[in-house]
Ligand binder design. Structure first.
Ligand SMILES: [Zn+2]
Length: 283
């Protein structure tokens, strides 16, 4: 599943290959891909035909292109990809929406095998689309306020990993990056947020930024010139993970075997020695 660094990589690709161009025609090839569009595929297509794409922006895992005062909002879901390439290439059966441009150059294809992703046009959404206004800023946005997050985190009375995954507190931190950041900050994932002291919160936020920043640096170089792509994988995953997906392997800091716990139908990976389980754990 694409996380913030992969989505940011796609945003940069859109900025390089699509922004500044004028759409000629939009064709919705599968209605499920525009299921959030109030009046459906015809409205989506007509709202975009002939219009110019001005900017590519992101909040958490949502992307949007500003189209005058409106927004073309996208979520990639589990398997969504935005592919840019020469218009005469073969049309894959997983293409859900096809955008062609007036300059006759590379087209844009929203491809999604499982169709959990979607796109929609949001009127007057250029600055911040209404459907995502409740999502908190992510750690790379100017609007992100570390002191405010620290205050809200301690007021939440939950486990710290659950809080990190709560998109209304901070966006863009998925399962993998939460585990890696907690390991770096030497905090157990079930640590009650109200027991975190100031330095621990600062350490955690620094670790979140560091982990996401490193993944961004890698993700930013992983697609070639004419191909904007996200597939939920990144070189970073294989090379730099300390604990995620590494049950039984030695902790890179102390050598203790990494432990896996069940967590919210998924897993939480941690080092039993560097991240001791708190006496009053909150799951
Ligand atoms: Zn350790």
């Amino acid at each position: 599943m694409p996380e913030l660094p992969e989505v940011e990589t796609v945003r940069r690709g859109l900025e390089d290959h699509v922004v500044g161009r004028t759409i000629e025609v939009v064709r919705v090839l599968h209605p499920r891909a525009v299921r959030r569009q109030p009046a459906g595929a015809a409205e989506f297509e007509s709202a975009l035909a002939g219009r110019s794409l001005d900017r590519a922006r992101r909040r958490g895992k949502y992307l949007w292109l500003s189209v005058g005062e409106d927004a073309l909002l996208a979520h990639l879901g589990m398997s969504g990809q935005l592919l840019v390439g020469e218009p005469d290439r073969a049309l894959s059966p997983h293409v859900r929406i096809l955008f062609t441009f007036k300059d006759g150059g590379p087209d844009l294809r929203f491809t999604d095998q499982r169709t959990f992703g979607h796109m929609c046009v949001v009127r007057d959404g250029a600055e911040l689309p209404g459907p995502i206004a409740h999502i908190a800023p992510d750690p790379f946005e100017a609007a992100f306020d570390p002191a405010e997050l620290a205050r809200r985190l301690r007021a939440r009375r939950t486990g710290v990993k659950r809080a990190l995954l709560d998109q209304s507190l901070v966006s863009g931190v998925g399962n993998i990056y939460a585990d890696e950041a907690l390991w770096r900050a030497r905090l157990h994932w079930a640590r009650p947020t109200e027991t975190l002291n100031g330095p621990e919160v600062s350490r955690l936020l620094a670790a979140v930024r560091e982990v996401l920043g490193e993944a961004l640096a890698v993700g930013g170089t992983s697609f070639d010139d004419l191909y904007v792509n996200v597939n939920g994988e990144s070189g970073y995953f294989e090379r730099s993970l300390a604990v995620y997906g590494r049950e039984g392997f030695p902790c890179p800091r102390c050598g203790t075997p990494v432990r896996r716990d069940a967590f919210m139908n998924r897993s939480a990976y941690s080092c039993p020695r560097c991240q001791p389980r708190p006496r009053r754990a909150r799951f």
